[in-house]
Design a protein around this ligand. Sequence first.
Ligand code: PLP
Length: 482
Amino acid sequence: MTPQLKKAYDPETFRQQGHELVDLLANHLQATLSQDKEVIPWMEPETALAHWEQDYATQQNTPPNTFFQALIDQSIYLHHPQYLGHQISPPVPIAALSGLMADLLNNGMGVYEMGIGATAIERLVVKEVCRAFGYEAAAGGFLTSGGTLANLTALLCARSHQASESVWEKGQQKQLAILVSEEAHYCVDRAVRIMGWGAEGIIKIGANDRFQMDTTLLEPALAQAKKEGKEVIAVVGSACSTSTGSYDDLEAIADFCSQHQIWFHVDGAHGGAAIFSNKYQSLLKGIHRADSIVMDFHKMLMTPAIATGLFFRKEDQSYQTFTQRAQYLWDKAAEKEWHNLAKRTFECTKYMMSVKIYSIFRTHGTSLFDDFVTTLYQLGQTFAQLIEQRKMVELAVEPQCNIVCFRLKIPNGSNQQMNQLNKSIRQQMVQQKQFYIVQTQLKDRLFLRTTIMNPFTNEKILTQLLDEVELLGKNNLLQLVD
Ligand SMILES: *Cc1c(COP(=O)(O)O)cnc(C)c1O
């Protein structure tokens, strides 16, 4: 044992630094919730890099608080009510504390022995969510590292069930394909290409004017695919889509899938959480008929990243995704053991994400999720009303959730001019550090995109945001005239 190693693991140092860190974070939480800070400490990438090169060159072996403080100072604040950007939760503090615990315990979770409590907790959490979705007792699933990986895992499972030949053993012979809305998240497209089906494997179904899958196009698309000799494995429904937060008609997709015996997968990474909202769960009507569902806890369920659930209507099916043997990990490779998670997950070493989720279940109950989702979805509607009151601002579409896309118009302006204007507005907004919003391209039109992720955001803040958009717009237009 070297003195350096002994010092690195010293419990008393951990205790003292931990107390200091929690104090720092509690102060920070206070300041961000009450808007005492800017939402994003924007700086050029080279400036940020230079800071850390200087830090590394001069601060080695010093106490970590200046590091902690500097990192806080260079982070975007999800707890800030003027944060309206990408879809990631302001974590509820109890879940962050559980994350600290998970990091120190660091149980690997792939096999039961490497995470006894966390594995049992994962079972409980998964079963509770399955019940919430309206699944029956045969349902189950697991947690995994992100919606992207979960969608790929679900589609691999679909393939192992649906394909007429064993791709896993023999490689792909036939052209396999899925049907999915053109508005789906890009990771579905990516999953298909990773599986080796190529661009031919993604059959895009057009969307209606609310950016939902036009389900009347499913029949002709399937007929065309068959004619081309493709084997359609699955339909992926978006609940909701990422750009505009549009919910596909899950009931209609379920009907189509059961009629043709095709796997029905729901990408509910963002909007699956609506199942916990008494007011909004009807958006998910028909979801209990899906063969598999993905839901991110780190988006709409207040959990620190990364924590995603993959749920199966018939859990048995999930054991056939990866049938390869890994004998050194377990003896009975053929058995369906819920408690040896790596049989069904991509991860071998798997993060203890269940404990963060469970800490919320246990401390607050799932009614907290109802409060969270309902508050944010309602704020989405409030924001849409505020937009509709303004002559020079237009909505991309009436929002179904907390994702709201809008743009500033130019009287008699061309679409290209409006795209340029809104793009500049967003860029200037980030640099001014007061509001954080993003942008999205819908067909040839560029929109400002907001996701209201913070229940402390309110009507006043949303009004200020619109004032700011109009002001920046006016200044930009004046410059154009000059
Ligand atoms: C965010 C999102 C994903 C990707 O999930 P990650 O957890 O970021 O990997 C997939 N689908 C939809 C609909 C999403 O909103």
